[in-house]
Design a protein around this ligand. Structure first.
Ligand code: XMP
Length: 513
């Protein structure tokens, strides 16, 4: 177990990813986690992340002092290094020269003489990724300087007898050429950990935990048809086969044929799910609403009403299971601790009403999306669900600009089917993170036959992404775009123009609302 104490760096998730790629297991705790909380996890190594704040600020984020004397190896990265320097009597200054981006790192002879095996297999000169304004000017008396850059005198330092090391650069970033080797050296050579983490062992432990957490209680689970909730359902089925009650809400804002597809796929996976038909309820509630955030709120509220009704209908329900993933957990933990700016506001299901008193079971809360897909594969889930593109909880509602009507939903469903059919036909579907049409709410002039038309513009968005936090638009080949455009203007009534969205995230978001 490697614990990463998070100071709000944009790279914290990358540290976890890199550690797991090296087949060690890592979890993140907020920097202000108590000593007890940290000890409970039985960490064998600690990593202190970078962060947006400065150690020179009056109320700079810090860690429980006793952590330094836990006698386990510690690696400080960027802010973590500077905190370490201050703690042990070194000097940190605000530099007038801010290093950002790739920089040449030069090892000192001390690295070869005293810094081994931390620097094992690192060349004398290599590229590292920097992102800092402050720097360590004078290292603590008991620390050796192991590397520097042109403008940063202490780019790596350490106290080998204490097994405490710090680097100013970011070894977790791919642009640090030997970063992964350095992390491996720290974990394998300094902390003496064995690279033996596997999803199979995660699964066994997670199934045990579900049994423990649920006890004799009953667990309800809302299935969306996506990978996360389906894998959660499979795990519940394995761990507590007679105590779980999955249901699937048809809110009428799903894609063409989706209800049948999801039910079928679940049936094939051995999950019998209750279908809750609630189209009318949602459409009525959304009547006349044009604002995207209001739509989200209304859909969330209606969903909670159904959840409450379901939980009342099953006597003895004690838990609600959710397919929450690790990026959301890390993000909310850090935003609660107040050091990182909140980037995204939407999560699977918003807060539960206080009077519901259901406890949460979140068996995927330490996993990333690709790990969940791998887990699904281990559990025997079919490729069609595993390769499904993510779909937002509020469904097509956030892709219809302006008021949602039955007619506009039909229009969008038709366009959506054309986009996904074409991408499947051209074998592009599974390599794209998300691809979908949007009803823009804008009307333009066109000619259809010999008649003037004044109809709606449909936009197509196709993006590649690793986690939905940032995204690039996909350079779809023209013949595919041509076919999609021709089919939509020909087959979808009330549309006379199709445009392609060529904006990255940021500054745009993936969904239009
Ligand atoms: P944005 O539009 O913020 O989307 O770039 C990032 C990812 O989140 C999905 N998304 C949502 N998922 N409820 C959800 O469960 C929502 O309200 C919601 N809004 C966006 C979006 O599809 C993309 O994968």
């Amino acid at each position: 177990m490697v614990i990463i104490l998070d100071f709000g760096s944009q790279y914290t998730q990358l540290i976890v990813r890199k550690v797991r790629e090296l087949v060690f297991y890592a979890e993140v705790l907020p920097f202000n986690a108590s000593l007890k909380e940290i000890k409970n996890k039985k960490p064998e190594a600690l990593i202190l992340s970078g962060g947006p704040r400065s150690v020179l600020e009056k109320d700079a984020p810090s860690i429980d002092k006793n952590i330094w004397t836990l006698n386990i190896p510690i690696l400080g990265i960027c802010y973590g290094l500077q905190l370490m320097a201050r703690e042990f009597g070194g000097e940190v200054i605000s530099s007038s020269f801010k290093e950002y981006g790739p920089v040449l790192l030069e090892l000192k002879k001390e690295a070869i003489q005293e810094g081994m095996p931390f620097f094992h297999n690192l060349p004398e000169k290599s590229q590292v990724w920097m992102s800092h304004g402050d720097l360590v000017h004078i290292p603590p008396p008991s620390f050796k300087i192991f590397a520097s850059t042109f403008t940063c005198p202490v780019a790596a330092m350490g106290n080998p007898s204490k097994k405490i090391y710090g680097v100013q650069f970011h070894p977790e970033v791919a642009h640090t050429t030997y970063g992964k080797i350095l992390l491996k050296n720290f974990l394998a050579n300094i902390a003496h950990l064995k690279p033996d983490w596997s999803l199979k062992s995660y699964l066994d432990e997670a199934l045990n935990n579900i049994q423990k957490e649920a006890g004799n209680g009953k667990v309800i689970l809302a299935i969306s048809g996506g990978v996360d909730s389906t894998v959660t359902a499979l795990m519940l089925n394995k761990a507590i086969p007679d105590q779980n009650y999955p249901f699937f809400v048809d809110h009428g804002l799903l894609r063409e044929g989706e209800v049948e597809e999801v039910l079928n796929a679940l049936k094939n996976a051995g999950i019998s799910v209750k279908l809750i038909e609630a189209r009318k309820q949602f459409i009525e509630a959304l009547k006349g609403i044009e604002d995207g955030e209001k739509k989200r709120k209304i859909i969330g509220n209606e969903f909670i009403k159904i959840l409450e009704k379901e939980s009342r209908a099953i006597p003895g329900v004690t838990h609600l299971a959710q397919g929450t993933l690790y990026p959301d957990v890390i993000e909310s933990a850090v935003s609660v601790s107040g050091v990182a700016a909140k980037i995204k506001t939407h999560h699977n299901v918003g807060g539960l009403p206080a009077n519901m008193k259901l406890k949460l079971i979140e068996p995927l809360k330490f996993l990333f999306k690709d790990e969940v897909r791998e887990l699904g594969d281990i559990l025997g889930l079919q490729a069609e669900i595993l390769s499904r593109q993510p779909f937002p909880g509020p469904g097509l509602a956030v892709r219809i600009m302006g008021e949602i009507t039955e007619e506009r939903i039909k229009k969008l469903k038709k366009a959506d089917k054309i986009v996904s059919d074409e991408l499947r036909k051209w074998e592009k579907y599974s390599e794209i993170w998300q691809a979908f049409p949007i009803l823009t709410g804008t009307k333009t002039v066109g000619v259809k036959g010999d008649e003037r038309s004044y109809e709606e513009v449909v936009a197509i968005r196709a993006v590649s992404s690793d986690d939905g936090m940032t995204a690039n638009w996909v350079e779809l080949p023209y013949p595919i775009l041509k076919e999609i455009s021709e089919r939509i203007t020909r087959e979808v009534e009330g549309v006379n123009r199709v445009v392609y969205d060529i904006t990255t995230k940021p500054p745009a978001t993936i969904e239009w609302e």
